[in-house]
Design a protein around this ligand. Structure first.
Ligand code: KG4
Ligand code: ZN
Length: 340
């Protein structure tokens, strides 16, 4: 076949997003448009995402956001080759909004429909910035997930490790909240850390030296929250932010290094990819890049705009599935839980 042009829709958390992506038979992706409406202001007063408010906001925004993505791509719905929407995992009320809108758009134009796993979207997101050949080792770090995955292709991944308590983004968010920073906490904590020096704090190093590739952040969260109570000056808080950021980055790097050693025994092509909201963190990126170099792995992160939730990654995962003939039934259900 020729190029595939796919509309992607993302409504699984607190961003209403639509994007049009073109995929060539050789696997080169071009983002024709990517529109993200963030609901952060709607949820800020509650210190986190309120599912009912999120779902209602998606209903209000989805048609307009989708129209804008089509207009910016300079296309009509009839010129698409398919429609893809996140079918889970996530807040199910929101997932249903994008999923139903996507099915309706596909039905109205007689187009194939693809229900996409949000995690699969993150898994392919680095391909939006550069051509990336399969297989690769993936560290997926978002607000809800913290996993190491062997990615052999679309729909062909296996998990090497996961968190036994909080996700990395969740750790950033909870510690930031304990420090009195706004929601979402990750970006706020990174900003504060820039003027800090965390070397005087000795935070716990979880699971160090363990033979598996799992993560744990609850000990760090408890320790950091206790230290946050004792902070007196802005400098104290900046120093603690820096210590927390380094500790999270260090754990992600240590567990990834463990996984790289196993991965290298099975695969000749050594590439570590990081994806998800936490991949936007510069300290996380540089720490991972350093251990990857030590293990003779190349290292790749998506362009900043495609780390946090977006619809371009959903459009691309949809296009890759479409290329393989993997379409979904029109009665595909929204799934609050959906492991890869
Ligand atoms: O991938 P994402 O947008 O949504 C989920 O699928 O969960 O990830 C959101 C998470 C939040 O926990 C947020 O605090 C974190 O990613 N995050 C960051 C940064 N930007 C977003 N964490 C650390 N540093 C950042 N710059
Ligand atoms: Zn996400």
């Amino acid at each position: 076949g020729g190029d595939l042009v796919v509309l992607g829709l993302e409504t699984s958390c607190d961003e209403t997003a639509a994007s049009v992506v073109r995929l060539t038979p050789g696997g080169t992706a071009t983002v024709l448009s990517s529109v993200v409406h963030s609901q952060i202001d709607d949820h800020a007063a509650f210190g986190g995402v309120v599912p009912e408010i999120a779902a209602r906001s998606h209903v209000e925004m989805i048609a307009g956001v989708s129209e804008r993505a089509m207009a910016e791509a300079g296309l009509g719905y009839g010129e698409l080759d398919g429609v893809a929407a996140t079918a889970g995992p996530g807040l199910v009320g929101g997932v249903m909004v994008g999923l139903s809108f996507g099915k309706a758009a596909a039905l109205a134009r007689g187009l194939p429909f693809v229900g996409v796993n949000h995690l699969e979207g993150h898994a392919v997101s680095a391909r939006l910035g550069a051509p990336v050949a399969y297989p690769f080792l993936l560290l997926l770090v978002s607000g809800g997930h913290c996993q190491l995955l062997e990615v052999r292709g679309i729909g062909d991944m296996s998990r090497l490790g996961t968190t036994i308590d909080d996700a990395a983004g969740e750790a950033f968010d909870k510690i930031a909240k304990a420090m009195g920073l706004g929601y979402p906490g990750g970006p706020a904590l990174e900003k504060l850390a820039a003027s800090g020096d965390g070397s005087r704090f000795d935070l716990p190093r979880a699971l160090l030296g363990r033979k598996d590739c799992d993560f744990s952040f609850s000990g760090l969260k408890t320790a950091a929250s206790r230290l946050a109570q004792a902070c007196e000056t802005d400098q104290d808080r900046a120093d603690l932010a820096d210590a927390v950021q380094s500790a999270i980055a260090r754990q992600l790097a240590e567990r990834s290094e463990r996984a790289m050693k196993d991965y290298a025994e099975k695969h000749e092509h050594r590439l570590l990819v990081v994806a998800g909201g936490v991949a936007a963190n510069k300290t996380v990126r540089s720490t991972l890049e350093a251990v990857a170099a030590r293990q003779s792995f190349s290292f790749l992160a998506p362009p900043m705009a495609y780390c946090t939730d977006n619809a371009a990654m959903i459009a691309l995962a949809g296009a890759e599935r479409l290329q393989l003939g993997l379409t979904s039934d029109i009665d595909t259900a929204a799934r609050p839980r959906w492991p890869l």
